[in-house]
Design a protein around this ligand. Structure first.
Ligand code: NAD
Length: 492
């Protein structure tokens, strides 16, 4: 308990940390042991309203929006440098809170740095345009920030996914209220401290902790909120879209996935197997873009599955804080139970476990939420394990003989986030990329993205996109100005 007292995380509103209206705090558990290691404030509806109030006042009264974008760029660059210089500490906090191996958390924090730098570079490039109109008139547009933007983040890449939308919103001159997931609130608060130190004016960046149902809805269902960026489950995404639609506020929704990974017989099987392992076992499979449905040509099925199985069985499981660990625990006992329930369901519907499918129960893993890397075969395509997002280290497999069959299987899902194709044939790669119903396609690589490339889902995976130069537009509105330059004489 002494360690808990030393590591307390509060709400961050108006540049100050405060425990919130009720002063309630809850324990934050290490998923590798389910022991508490920190305490986090629990915000309530009144705190959400206070954050929106402070953010709106800061938007009106500080110079953040009015200033030259180059000034905002400098602040964001300073923030990137501060995050970078504390990369190890932030990574450790993320790992303790979320469970992923330190190596992955370091990568996440590196991605945060790069995202801040990228959007800092765009802060002075939020431009309007001139538009030719008839006669002695001058028409131009101005891109203005929206005001208070609300960002609701999930627990699987806590800081990375928060900053992915916060960075362009700040670059465009908005003031921000961020709500991290209740399970993983810590790095958002640590980040807010750095934002203040970097020179983000008080009230421009606020973090509110608490439950989605109470605090999240209070943020979205309020006239001071001018846009919502939500990353999380489809169910909650629909609820948020409903609330935002009532108030005619724009939303960006980044939701779940059930990514196909299609392997043709001409693929480099060694690289493909490694990519498949990475695409489903990284972050213990808790990834929206997980490559979770293997669709393999019948002629290479046995060889590829042997390789993937041997990767799954060789992964070193353990607490993410232990050097050399390749797969950590799932984020919570509930998440582990949910994943194993899908495995049982797959077996009950006629599937077979090629490897994994159980908890890792040997010491010291027994008290944590460890599930072994799992490969399922012969699972009927109607099974829940094939149709629904498992969000754990579980790969299902299907076989094809013709390209059209592979395409049909790949697109046979309500999701459309990221699809992967492994082939050496350029024509197959490009035609497949065009015909996959996904927001993103990766050819001959495990799922990968960069802040400068759009991250988007289609079908049930989302609305709008993040990242890339045009992401800033989601946080601006366009105003048209028409000026009559004439002296009263009207021309056609
Ligand atoms: P979740 O939907 O349960 O929660 C996401 C966030 O929404 C949390 O901060 C939560 O507190 C909040 N929330 C919950 N109910 C709310 C409500 N009624 N109103 C407002 N906010 C509410 O999702 P999760 O379990 O944290 O994350 C896992 C899901 O996120 C998976 O489905 C995954 O695929 C998806 N995800 C998508 C992407 C992407 O970029 N497409 C990235 C990561 C995760």
């Amino acid at each position: 308990m002494a360690a808990e007292a030393e590591t307390s995380f509060d709400l961050f509103i108006g540049g100050k940390e405060a425990p919130g209206t009720r002063g309630e705090r809850r324990s934050v558990l290490d998923p590798a042991t389910n022991e508490p290691f920190a305490r986090a404030a629990v915000g309530v509806r009144e705190d959400a309203h206070a954050a929106l109030e402070v953010a709106e006042r800061a938007f009106r009264e500080s110079n953040w929006a009015a200033d030259d974008g180059a000034r905002r760029a400098k602040v964001l660059i300073r923030l990137a440098a501060l995050v970078e210089s504390h990369q190890d500490a932030l990574a450790r906090l993320e790992t303790l809170n979320m469970g992923k191996p330190l190596r992955e958390s370091r990568g996440d924090i590196g991605y945060v740095v790069r995202t801040l730098e990228y959007f800092a570079g765009l802060a002075d490039k939020v431009e309007g345009e001139t538009i030719p109109v008839p006669g002695a008139r001058f028409d131009y547009t101005i891109s203005e920030p929206l005001g208070v933007t609300v960002h609701i983040a999930p627990w699987n890449y806590p800081l990375l996914l928060a900053v992915r939308s916060v960075a362009p919103a700040l670059a465009a001159g908005n003031s921000v209220v961020l709500k991290p997931a209740s399970l993983t609130p810590l790095t958002a608060v640590a980040f807010a401290r750095f934002a203040k130190e970097a020179g983000v004016p008080d009230g421009i960046f606020n973090v509110i902790l608490g439950s989605g149902a109470e605090v999240g809805e209070a943020l979205v269902d309020d006239d001071r909120c001018r846009s919502v960026t939500f990353t999380g489950s489809g169910e909650v995404g629909s609820r948020i879209a409903e609330l935002a639609a009532r108030r005619r506020v724009p939303v960006t929704l980044e939701l779940g996935g059930k990514g196909p990974v299609v392997v043709f017989p001409d693929a480099d099987l060694e690289r493909a197997a490694k990519g498949i392992g990475y695409g489903i076992f990284q972050n213990a499979g808790q990834m929206c873009w997980a490559a979770s449905r293997l669709i393999v040509h019948e002629s290479i099925r046995t060889e590829l599955l042997d390789r993937v199985r041997s990767i799954a069985e060789s992964l070193k499981l353990g607490p993410g804080t232990m050097e050399g660990v390749e797969m950590g625990p799932l984020v919570s006992p509930d998440q582990a139970a949910r994943v194993l329930d899908y495995v049982q369901d797959a077996v009950a519907s006629g599937g077979r476990i090629l490897t994994g499918g159980t908890r890792a129960s040997e010491p010291p893993l027994a008290s944590g939420n460890f599930v072994r890397p799992t490969v399922l075969v012969d699972v009927p395509s109607s099974s829940r394990a094939v149709r629904e997002e498992i969000f754990g280290p579980v790969l299902t497999t299907a076989t094809f003989s013709e390209l059209e069959e592979a395409l049909r299987l790949a697109n046979d899902t309500t999701y459309g986030l990221l699809g992967t194709v492994w082939t050496r044939d350029l024509s197959t790669a490009h035609s497949f990329a065009r015909r996959l119903e996904c927001g993103m396609v990766v050819v001959n690589e495990a799922p990968i993205t960069y802040p400068q490339a759009p991250f988007a889902g289609t079908k049930g995976s989302g609305v709008g996109f993040e990242q890339g130069r045009r992401a800033v537009e989601a946080y601006t509105r366009r105003k048209n100005v028409l000026v009559n330059l004439g002296t009263g004489k009207r021309r056609a």
